[in-house]
Design a binder for this molecule. Structure first.
Ligand SMILES: [Zn+2]
Length: 442
């Protein structure tokens, strides 16, 4: 079942034709109203909107980095020089969790907000949740764009039960008493709750929750990890994904669990690049690269060829649900990617390999690179946590190391650590920890 069949089932070539028109209007708008893009495009040799060309020419234009936008923020214009709309047109201002100093501000006009909610509603509804059902959410949306994603639940017609982050007792009580059909949370928290429930004798498998929607970090679509979540929850697990600067929930997986469909189609254009060179990679079946996104109908602070830092695998083979267009699975954040003797390694892929050793291990892992930066020498140190009552089996570390080498073509030094020694998260997991002495130099 699709929320907007006319849009979601539209032949992709038709969508591209519509998007080309939207794109050219968007580019004209940027030349007219965005000091940031006027200057950036002119300095790249594109003095006018006509010179910038059609959607099919987009790969000729420069990429946008988050830091560039931030660098143009001033006390007089704290959003940055990419702000296009007048003060009176802005109806909402979200912010991102800046690690230092002032956050990045993300303004929206009324139509921007409406498009965000529409795209998010399509993405979440793709999971199969439907009007009249109840969904419990665990995000402390606060100042963050996730707040707009939560408005999508109203749009779908769900009864939304927000319980916030960091109170598992309250969450389980809500599940027990209010009997929601769905829960939305990070994959790390979903995994943590399986452990939490087992320790307290709470029968999660028999709860009312039939769908678990995971979002907020990569890995929820990795088959072995997902299978464990499904086993623990007795529910179907599907992924959703967004990126704060572009839209809160842009992609969502259907029940066939074969990559996330593009819920924000028509509002956003997606491309792939090689993160090392910035070169475009054609979107085709099996392609991988960093996702680059462009607003097509945005007004407040539209972005052009924005680098998301999300490394994705693309599927373009038709999906049995009938939705058209490319699908993606997020493999990891480009920032978390390690390069071990020329081979790219994502920490969620390491966790996926180790997950196959449950129940001998807990499933918690921590990659501990010996050097700062992405480039590492083999063997890559990986801490693997043992299961709660497992006996130390001297051959296990070697067995896991062999499997990592076979699956990821990387030599790892596996260290088995006792149950409970790696940190659990009620939000997002940290799967990589660089040596303390080198962290500051990163
Ligand atoms: Zn599908």
């Amino acid at each position: 079942m699709t929320l907007e069949p006319e849009t979601e089932l539209r032949p992709w070539a038709e969508q591209e034709a519509i998007d080309d028109g939207s794109y050219r209007d968007q580019i004209a708008y940027l030349y007219e109203r965005s000091p940031f893009y006027r200057a950036k495009l002119a300095s790249a040799g594109f003095a006018t909107a006509a010179a910038a060309g059609r959607l099919g020419d987009i790969a000729r234009l420069p990429l946008t980095e988050k830091a560039e936008l931030k660098a143009t923020a001033t006390p007089g214009n704290p959003v940055g020089a990419h702000l296009c709309a007048d003060r009176a047109e802005i109806v909402r201002i979200y912010s991102t969790s800046g690690t230092t100093g002032t956050p990045s501000y993300i303004p929206l006009t009324a139509s921007d907000l409406d498009n965000w909610v529409t795209g998010s509603a399509r993405s979440y509804a793709t999971s199969g949740v439907a009007a009249g059902e109840r969904i419990v959410s665990t995000y402390n949306a606060g100042p963050f764009v996730a707040g707009a994603a939560l408005a999508a639940f109203d749009r779908i017609g769900l009864c939304h039960i927000p319980v916030g982050t960091g109170n598992s007792e309250r969450l389980m009580l809500a599940i027990d008493l209010l009997r929601p059909e769905a829960a939305v949370l990070t994959p790390s928290y979903a995994a943590y709750l399986v452990e939490w429930a087992a320790e307290r004798g709470f029968d999660l498998r028999s709860s009312s929750v039939r769908r678990v929607l995971v979002a907020g970090e990569p890995g929820g679509g990795e088959p072995t990890f997902r299978a464990q979540l499904e086993e623990g929850w007795g529910a179907r697990v599907t992924e959703a994904m967004g990126i704060g600067d572009i839209g809160p929930s842009l992609w969502g997986e259907c029940e066939h669990q074969d990559g996330m469909h593009f819920g924000a189609r028509g509002f956003v254009h997606a491309e792939l690049i090689d993160p090392a060179t910035g070169d475009a990679i054609p979107i085709g079946e099996g392609a991988t690269g960093e996702l680059v996104l462009t607003h097509l109908r945005h007004r407040a602070a539209p972005l052009l060829r924005f680098r998301t830092r999300d490394h994705v695998l693309v599927r373009t083979d038709p999906c049995r649900c009938g939705r058209t267009g490319p699908r993606v699975r997020c493999i990891g954040r480009t920032d978390d990617m390690l390069i071990v003797r020329g081979v790219n390694v994502f920490p969620s892929a390491v966790r996926e390999v180790v997950s196959a050793f449950v129940p001998r291990v807990s499933g918690n892992v921590l990659v501990r690179p010996a050097k700062p930066g992405a480039k590492q020498d083999p063997p890559l140190p990986v801490a693997v946590e043992l299961a709660r009552h497992s006996d130390v089996d001297p051959s296990l570390a070697a067995e896991i190391g062999t499997r990592i080498r076979a699956a990821l073509v990387v030599q790892a030094r596996v260290e088995l650590v006792p149950w409970g020694s790696l940190q659990r998260s009620e939000y997002k997991s940290k799967l990589v920890e660089h040596d303390n002495t080198s962290t500051e130099s990163r």
